[in-house]
Each structure stands twice: as structure tokens, then as C-alpha cells.
Design a protein around this ligand. Structure first.
Ligand code: SIN
Length: 513
């Protein structure tokens, strides 16, 4: 690396180059900031793959109170209502921010925003760009804006491996680069590292996203929230390709149906049918597959002839799989898609560790509850990035001395992926979760390339084990009902390890409080 990172000491350091990281950097300008990205900007951020756009009440009948009501209903009793209200009411301004930064949103011939419909939305309120290429278009504009902002130093090909914490506050980031580990002294670190798709066999996310930000925060001692809530998208293209191509919910918003091999619309008895909340549709598809059926999306009648024009990215993925959606049914199955849980943050992104903020999928603001409403995540990332930036700008730097933490190898999720795929699927049970916890604990303790993914996996497994109810995306076959009181969950790595150790020394789960 030609740049001497030591000269950048004291600046806020953003870890992650997706929409949350780029927007935070742009909102911080002209304050100097360092943005670390594992890959060239835009190369493998899950943001680039987002098909659905941003949910925002911007149309003629766009009432944020309805957006809020839909968000709370989908979240199945677990949303933080105040956070949700603040975010959905700020969503229209976030769309304006993006438009100002050069994002070309889809518009009607009259110039108003063209709005799509997705599951569990009572109104058309999804703002798209480039049809089903929303993430790609947003990232194009943001990468260009970041590259032309002199106060943002982008450091590509560098991965954060440890956070330095002294006297309970963040004092720096230890990162790897091609030559040797580097230490960035800073008292202000922002995690914007995305999700956990790479920890699952079936995912719609980039396989390199395996919870690196969660592992950094866990080892630093942060508090996590709602980790057990993992969203499965019901309509991933079922074929050999990994990651699995996504078939956006917007396709069902335009009238596509879900059928089995006999042509039966097995969701037609479900309230909302194909446009029921995502957890409900995913479970119905999962159970139908488990019962030995095949499941398909039928776009032949609706959206019909306009399919390829409306959804060029999906049409191309179908073409590559040898499927002609004008004539063929599209085989589908649920795949891991989004993590509702994450590092617990307040509305301005502050974690439990002074000097550490989080924004985007890695964070848990409480907006999503037990089941995220479609297209609320990009909205959350863009809205919260502004508030995170304001909070950072108002906080003093507290850089520390050079950290002596040893370097760690890049994450290898290979040994963890089959364990999580089995235990943390669309449905879970105590026996499977306990087995996964027992297998993950020694992997975590090896302190090798698998220990980061195992740390993240163990925390999620323990959170799922401790939630003895079914709610939203967390469905326990051994506890199939709602608990009387809905409570968000909170967990630290130490607490998760303590539960796993107790489990390892005692076969009886019932002894765990
Ligand atoms: C989709 O386009 O179906 C996904 C949108 C989202 O995950 O919010």
C-alpha cells in the first residue's frame, strides 16, 4: 500500500463501502474521514444487488402514518415504534438527498416518481431506479460522489480485523492489507459492513458477507439486539447457482403468482396471499417444498409481456438458467436474504461502546422488529446515515496508542456454513440449535480463520435458543406460538459463550434461564 495510513490518525474511520458507509461519509463532508473497503468500491457490496428500492411515502396518497402502520404490522409486535416513526417520516427527505447526489430514480412521463408495490405494503410506495437495478444505480451515483469529495479518503483492499478498546472506549482499528497489518488510531469508528449471507448455503447476498462487522463488535464487547431474526426471501431462483439470484417481490407486486407443480395457488387461502408479509410467504413455500412439492413463480399472465422490460436483471438471470419466463414457470425456494438483528444502536447509531457507531444491516435500530417490511432497509440506511454523521461530527476524537492486538486471518466461513444452514433455517427447533451451539463453541475457541464466523454464528444460535416462542421470521417448531409479551432480545458475546458452556456441560436445555 503506497498511502501511509498513520497520517490519517484521528479521523473517523468508516468500515464498509455499501450504501450506509458511503452515505455516512458524504454526510460527514467536509470533515475528513477514512473509508475502508475490502474490495474496490461497488464490487461486492450487497447494496449493489438490491432490486427493491426504498420505501417512502412520496406519492399523492403517500401517508407516512400508513407506512408506519405497515412497518409495525410486518414487524409482528417487536418494532421500536418511536424509531420506526422517526425513520419512515424522514424517508421522503432521504429520497431527495439521493436525487441531489445524482441517483436517477424511475419516473413517469410526467416526471413524478414511479412507485412500485411490494408485499405487506398497503400502498404503492417503493421508489426504484433502473427497474430492478435500484442498488446498482444508487451505488453508481454514490461512488461517483464519494470519489469526487476530497475530504473522503477511500482505502480499498483493506479489511478491519480488530477494534482496539482502551478503558471501555474505541481507540483504533487494526486492519490487514497486502503488506502488513496497519493500525489506524481513531476514537470514532463506524461499522457499515452489511449482513451475514455468506454464512448460509442458500443466500441472495454476496458470499463474502459473513458478519465481519458483527464479529468486530462482539470481540469488542458490544451489546447486540434481536440476532435471532433472519429474513428468508421466498422467491430465490432455485438452481445450482450460489449465491441464488433474487426474484424481487416487486414481481408479485405486479401480479405474478406462486404455484406448485399441479398449478395450484397454494397461498390463496392465506390473508394477503402472495403479498402477505415475507415471513409468512417464505414459511408457506418452505413447507410446501418440505411436503415434496415443487414451487414456482408464474409471471406468464401478469406482469406478462412487460416482464423483461420491467425486470431486466431478473429476466437475464432466468435466461442464464435456461428459463424463458414468457413460457416457463420459474422454480423458486426461500433463501437467506437479510438480518433484522445486529449491533444494538440508538437512533443516531451509537452502540454500547463509546466511540463505536453502526449503520445499515449490521445495526439493529429496532425499525424492523421480527420481520422487515420490504424495501425498508435501504431507507433505514440512507435516513440513519445522516443522523450517524451528525452524531460523529459532534463527538470528540479519542484516539489511542498503538494497539498490540495480533492480526487475525481473513474469515473462513466454510466450517460454519453447514451448521447455520441446518440450525437457523426458515423453521428451527431446540435440538438443532443446541447441536449447532455445541459444534460452534470449539470453532470459536480455535482463534483461527473460522473463529470470527463461528463467533457470529454462536451468538445467533444462542439468541434463537433463548427465544422460546415463534414470532415474525423466527419460527420454532417446538414453541410455535407467540409469547404473551413481545420483548426485544439483547446479548453479548460473553453471555452467549456462558450459555453455550452451560449447554456443553449439561444435556438439559431446560436448565438455561
Ligand atoms: C425484493 O426486491 O424483493 C427485495 C426487497 C427487499 O429485500 O427489501
Amino acid at each position: 500500500m503506497s498511502m501511509d495510513l498513520r497520517n490519517l490518525a484521528g479521523r473517523p474511520v468508516i468500515i464498509g463501502g455499501g450504501i450506509a458507509g458511503l452515505m455516512t461519509a458524504l454526510h460527514l463532508a467536509p470533515e475528513p474521514v477514512v473509508l475502508l473497503s475490502r474490495s474496490p468500491l461497488g464490487a461486492d457490496a450487497s447494496s449493489v444487488w438490491a432490486q427493491g428500492g426504498l420505501a417512502a411515502s412520496v406519492g399523492d396518497d403517500g401517508d407516512p402514518a400508513l407506512h408506519l402502520a405497515d412497518t409495525l404490522a410486518a414487524g409482528d409486535g417487536l418494532c421500536d415504534a418511536d424509531t420506526a416513526r422517526r425513520i419512515v417520516y424522514a424517508a421522503p427527505a432521504a429520497i431527495e438527498d439521493l436525487a441531489r447526489l445524482g441517483v436517477r430514480f424511475d419516473r413517469t412521463p410526467e416526471g413524478t416518481l414511479r412507485l412500485g408495490l411490494e408485499a405487506a405494503h398497503s400502498r404503492r410506495r417503493i421508489v426504484h431506479a433502473d427497474g430492478d437495478g435500484s442498488g446498482r444505480e444508487i451505488m453508481r451515483a454514490l461512488v461517483s460522489a464519494v470519489r469526487s469529495t476530497p475530504s473522503i479518503v477511500v482505502v480499498e483492499g483493506v479489511e478491519a480485523r480488530r477494534l482496539a478498546v482502551e478503558d471501555g472506549r474505541v481507540t483504533g482499528v487494526l486492519a490487514s492489507c497486502s503488506t502488513s497489518p496497519v493500525f489506524l488510531a481513531t476514537g470514532r469508528v463506524i461499522l457499515a459492513t452489511g449482513g451475514i449471507g455468506g454464512l448460509f448455503d442458500d443466500t441472495t447476498n454476496p458470499l463474502g458477507n459473513c458478519g465481519q462487522g458483527l464479529a468486530l463488535a462482539a470481540r469488542a464487547g458490544a451489546i447486540f439486539a434481536d440476532l435471532e431474526f433472519i429474513q428468508f426471501h421466498p422467491t430465490a431462483l432455485d438452481g445450482p447457482g450460489r449465491p441464488m439470484p433474487l426474484i424481487s417481490e416487486a414481481v408479485r407486486g405486479e401480479g405474478a403468482t406462486i404455484v406448485d407443480e399441479t398449478g395450484r395457488r397454494f397461498l390463496d387461502g392465506v390473508r394477503g396471499a402472495e403479498l402477505a408479509p415475507r415471513d409468512i410467504v417464505a414459511r408457506a413455500v418452505w413447507r410446501h417444498l418440505a411436503a415434496g412439492h415443487r414451487v414456482f413463480l408464474d409471471v406468464r399472465e401478469k406482469p406478462g409481456a412487460t416482464f423483461a422490460q420491467l425486470f431486466p436483471t431478473i429476466a437475464s438471470a432466468c435466461g442464464k438458467a435456461g428459463i424463458d419466463p414468457a413460457h416457463d414457470l420459474i422454480p423458486i425456494r426461500p433463501a437467506q436474504h437479510y438480518h433484522m438483528g445486529g449491533v444494538a444502536v440508538d437512533l443516531v447509531g451509537r452502540t454500547s461502546i463509546p466511540g463505536l457507531w453502526a449503520c445499515g444491516e449490521v445495526a439493529s435500530t429496532g425499525l424492523h422488529g421480527a420481520n422487515r417490511l420490504a424495501s425498508n432497509s435501504l431507507t433505514e440506511a440512507v435516513v440513519c446515515a445522516r443522523w450517524v454523521a451528525e452524531s460523529i461530527a459532534a463527538s470528540p476524537d479519542g484516539s489511542g496508542k498503538r494497539a498490540m492486538a495480533p492480526d487475525l486471518p481473513a474469515a473462513d466461513q466454510g466450517p460454519v456454513r453447514p451448521l447455520l444452514s441446518r440450525a437457523l433455517g426458515v423453521t428451527r427447533d431446540g435440538e438443532g440449535l443446541e447441536g449447532a451451539a455445541r459444534a460452534l463453541l470449539p470453532l470459536l475457541q480455535r482463534h483461527d480463520a473460522a473463529s470470527g464466523p463461528a463467533t457470529v454464528g454462536l451468538m445467533i444460535v444462542i439468541a434463537a435458543l433463548l427465544r422460546r416462542e415463534s414470532r415474525g421470521a423466527h419460527f420454532r417448531t417446538d414453541f410455535p406460538h407467540h409469547a404473551t409479551v413481545a420483548r426485544r432480545s439483547h446479548l453479548t458475546l460473553d453471555a452467549a459463550i456462558a450459555v453455550a458452556r452451560e449447554l456443553a456441560s449439561s444435556p438439559a436445555l431446560e436448565s438455561i434461564p
